[in-house]
Design a protein around this ligand. Structure first.
Ligand code: SF4
Ligand code: MG
Length: 332
């Protein structure tokens, strides 16, 4: 496999630099061509801001990219002009969101919205656009495309609207599709259908997917690789197999414990105590320390390093070979 997207040291902050809200705070990851890469975490961890920053769509001037590099197939894109960026958005990298409702234009028909992508990126004539739009609507499982092409968003169900969003994203034939909680607003059956559809399209087109989710079930179904985000940082990164067989970071372990199992369904759901720390104040050295059952003094004093073992990375002192965590913990 070869690398499609490489992110190094990305930082996106809100507010001024004197008391910033550090939404994304120094993250690194790589997405291979054709791969599904999941970014997992609770809300408020910086997942969506990461996605928006990759396309330089983070709200400006409220937030700004402080530092970092993002390269797409070897080309650094953070330093491109806005005009060059517009050629990448929707064409080489497309995005779908949780709420198709707010992303579709209510006064344009489905066909008109998809046509805009074809006109903008491929300069196709009207007839070609019509044919390609029908093909796409068919490909994403919209029944009666010749009728639905003239429908307005409010005439479609939530699942159908999400299919239209996917069709719009596919119109540009992107190398990378960013899907931010694409099924969270949908019921379980429709959710499974949409995830299957994304997989099927990926197999046909070879596009990579950056899947943003808080749902371990979605990760299990879709991901080749998983990165867990907590308070603006990546705290664990592994292949799907390693991730499910050998979960390492205490935060990730808590996410698993919080899963409702068959027996637990009747009982009270375990939730992770506390919440993601406010990202505009001083953190404990390990950002998870306040919620971690395994924390000791060192976790408040020294920031954990990124430890990488056979492509399984983790940011936690317990895995740092330079720290005798067992000894220190036994002294607690
Ligand atoms: Fe818990 Fe310490 Fe590891 Fe942070 S570094 S996750 S506080 S054990
Ligand atoms: Mg989000």
């Amino acid at each position: 496999m070869s690398t499609l997207l490489e992110v190094r040291g990305l930082r996106t902050w809100f507010g001024d630099n004197s008391e910033p809200y550090r939404a994304v705070d120094g993250i690194d990851f790589c997405i291979e061509k054709g791969q599904t890469f999941a970014l997992l975490g609770e809300s408020g961890c910086g997942k969506s801001m990461t996605a928006l920053s990759l396309l330089r769509l983070n709200p400006y001037p409220a937030s700004h990219i402080v530092s970092g590099e993002v390269s797409l197939a070897g080309e650094e894109i953070l330093s491109l002009s806005e005009a060059e960026m517009e050629k990448i958005r929707g064409r080489r990298v497309a995005m779908i969101f949780q709420e198709p409702q707010s992303s579709l234009n209510p006064v344009l028909t489905v066909g008109q919205q998809i046509a805009e992508v074809f006109e903008w990126h491929f300069k196709l004539d009207k007839k070609a656009i019509y044919t390609r739009t029908l093909e796409l609507l068919h490909a994403v499982g919209i029944p009666d495309p010749t009728e639905r092409i003239n429908a307005y968003p409010h005439q479609l169900s939530g699942g159908m609207k999400q299919r239209v969003m996917i069709a719009m994203a596919l119109a540009g034939e992107p190398e990378l599709l960013i899907a931010d909680e694409p099924t969270t607003a949908l019921d379980v059956t429709i959710q499974a259908q949409i995830l299957d559809l994304l997989k099927e399209i990926q197999q046909k087109t070879g596009m990579a997917i950056l899947l943003i989710t808080h749902d371990l079930g979605v990760v299990a179904q879709m991901a080749d690789h998983v990165a867990v985000m907590y308070a603006g940082q990546i705290v664990e990164s592994a292949s799907r197999e390693q991730f499910f067989n050998n979960t390492q970071h205490p935060y990730t372990q808590k996410l698993f414990e919080a899963l409702p199992s068959e027996q637990k369904r009747q009982e009270k759901l375990t939730v992770i105590k506390g919440s993601v720390p406010a990202l505009n104040r001083q953190f404990k050295a390990c950002r998870f320390a306040e919620r971690c059952d395994l924390a000791w003094q060192h976790c408040e004093d020294a920031e954990p390093r990124w430890i990488n073992n056979n492509d399984h990375g983790v940011r936690c002192h317990l895995y740092d070979p330079g720290i005798d965590a067992e000894h220190i913990q036994s002294q607690k």
